[in-house]
Design a protein around this ligand. Sequence first.
Ligand code: UDP
Length: 399
Amino acid sequence: MRIAMVSEHASPLAALGDADAGGQNVHVAALAAGLVRRGHEVTVYTRRDGRTLPRRVGAPDGYEVVHVPAGPAKRMDKDDLLPHMTSFSRFLVNDWQDRRPDVVHSHFWMSGLASVLAARHSHIPVVHTYHALGTVKRRHQGARDTSPPDRIAVERLIGSDADVVLATCDDEVEELLVMGVRRQKITVVPCGVDTKLFAVDGPVRGRTAPHRIVSVGRLVPRKGFADLVGALPLVPDAELVIVGGPRDLRSDPEARRLRACAEAVGVADRVHLAGQVARSNMPALLRSADVVACVPWYEPFGIVPLEAMACGVPVVASAVGGLTDTVVHGVTGVLVPPRDRRSLGRALRTLLADPYRGLTYGIAGKDRVDARYTWEAIAARTELVYQRARASEELAVAP
Ligand code: UDP
């Protein structure tokens, strides 16, 4: 198949850990590579956010990246990109006239909008993955939600126009049904993990305390790092390494907030903010942990728990979103209520006090990843979804 992937703000070639670069970038890159390995031709369309970026470039994994001129050629907050989706969509229409894709897979709501508009008159089937939902964000962030006000309405429109909606976890299915997306349109295909990079064996980063907790993610409040810092007084002899954010944290407001929080609860000497860590160094860092903690307030999917499990490390996670599918309570880790420092502290302390339990969770986590979450398996399942989308589009236009 000739597959067009549209990912307006999340380039598969971007550095990870910054405010707008995380799981979606990983997902698009790994899925594109997995589909290429299955013999498909994949082009990823992403916004041109730098003057020096070439119009078209071949990625080392065999897919092509097209940098779409839509808005200023500089990095912008994703909340400011909506006005540029008309030019993005127009570019797709033109590009697809010459090279018609068999299927379009859009990622995130603005890509979905550009894609359904571009594909509307050409009968190209559209598969959409939301990655995150405006309704959920609004519920959790209330007045602090900086998404454009039209987001939720546009997400409904995509749900009605797209041929197939791919949910990444069961929790998202419930949310989509409440939004009014038809059940027959929804299929669950989770994110995967690169099991060649994230593996049990390999180098391990050194540590400075008897126990180490590692937490990874974009340095934004909803990732729950402050709850971890707040729980640390309940977890003796443990250091906490927080990974993510810009490389230089000096002027980062969230880093400043976390440091102040650590000072306030008396654990400043046990909290290390590592800033952005290159993907290639992430496995050694995860392997150095006794436990990887992922405690967001909400999480559409969350790739980090899978990366930890692939490295054979137990996970303590908040029982939200995709984490309730990936982490099996009492088998591969422990699930705790979100934003509950006392439960979190207790779970971490109990697990660290019982290394045998940690070991068995780690082994079970690795097994679970191998059985369900390799990108090979996810690419194969996605391919079936594309075939279904093509068949339903053919039926729709049949005379
Ligand atoms: N990541 C990274 N370096 C960093 C911070 C994060 O490589 O400094 C990676 C992390 O290993 C994971 C992704 O970024 O692959 C974050 O994905 P996740 O789904 O957990 O969170 P999101 O950022 O999408 O909310």
